[in-house]
Design a binder for this molecule. Structure first.
Ligand code: PGA
Length: 250
């Protein structure tokens, strides 16, 4: 994994947006689609702002971009302001020229009898468009990526999962109390994520320092799913100084 440390999260976000912008521009210039795996949460918000700026100021087009989001709460109405559907439209999609048909976000209102088939089709769709070119990730304080909570295995695929207590606590403020946080979600699996050709994982702030240290240098284990990233050949870790503060890099 190559580790990139920046003074602050704005600079780290610019680094990630620049990498996405470069790949996108190169592929646009030869009329090839770009497939992006996208994340929600506080971590990628500034990356999306930077991408919107590139669209507005530099004419970077998203017309040939296909996106797959990592996860969605379940059950969840897309129109709900806490949905990741809402988040993505608010922070990116409404401000760029992406085609609505090219946007894929797990459907939080799929009937429970159909959810297994639906998840299989989500992975099939990623494969059909040629796989994810760039996957961006945040990391949970418990080491989750997407909603692959502790216990998620290397071979896990897109599926319905139960949310970890820590994850629900972290979301409590957004939902006005832990009792309102859904107990389940649909998430891409570890296997789904690791099929991406390139992965950029970001972490900002002291709160992430300990888990970053463990996930970059600790034993690869399903109890800390982000450790599985150590097995991928093309991962860039993007940190601010605080998130990197416990790393011993000499
Ligand atoms: P955060 O969440 O970006 O809100 O810190 C990251 C995650 O849980 O994956």
């Amino acid at each position: 994994m190559n580790i990139n440390i920046f003074e602050n999260s704005d600079l780290g976000s610019q680094f990630v947006a620049n990498r996405i912008g470069k790949v996108l521009a190169a592929r646009n210039s030869v009329s090839r689609p770009t497939v992006l795996g996208l994340a929600t949460g506080s971590t990628p918000i500034e990356v999306y702002s930077e991408l919107i700026k590139k669209h507005r100021d530099e004419g970077l087009s998203f017309e040939n971009v296909v996106t797959f989001n990592l996860d969605e709460y379940y059950p969840m109405e897309p129109s709900d302001i806490q949905s990741y559907y809402h988040f993505m439209h608010q922070h990116l999609f409404d401000s760029v020229d992406i085609q609505p048909d090219n946007v894929f976000i797990p459907n939080g209102k799929i009937h429970e009898h159909k959810v297994i088939k639906y998840c299989e089709q989500y992975d099939d769709k990623i494969a059909q468009v040629g796989g994810i070119d760039i996957q961006i990730l945040g990391i949970g304080a418990n080491g989750h990526i997407g909603f692959n909570e502790p216990g998620s295995e290397l071979n896990s695929v897109t599926r319905l999962v139960e949310l970890d207590e820590q994850t629900r606590k972290d979301a409590a403020a957004t939902f006005n109390g832990i009792e309102n946080v859904p107990t389940s979600a649909i998430t891409m699996g570890i296997n789904t994520i690791l099929k991406a050709k390139e992965i950029l994982i970001m972490a900002w702030g002291k709160r992430k320092a300990e888990i970053i240290k463990q996930c970059l240098f600790g034993e690869v284990t399903s109890t800390k799913p982000a450790t599985f990233l150590q097995t991928h050949p093309n991962v860039s870790v993007v940190l601010d100084a605080e998130a990197a503060s416990l790393l011993d890099l000499d």
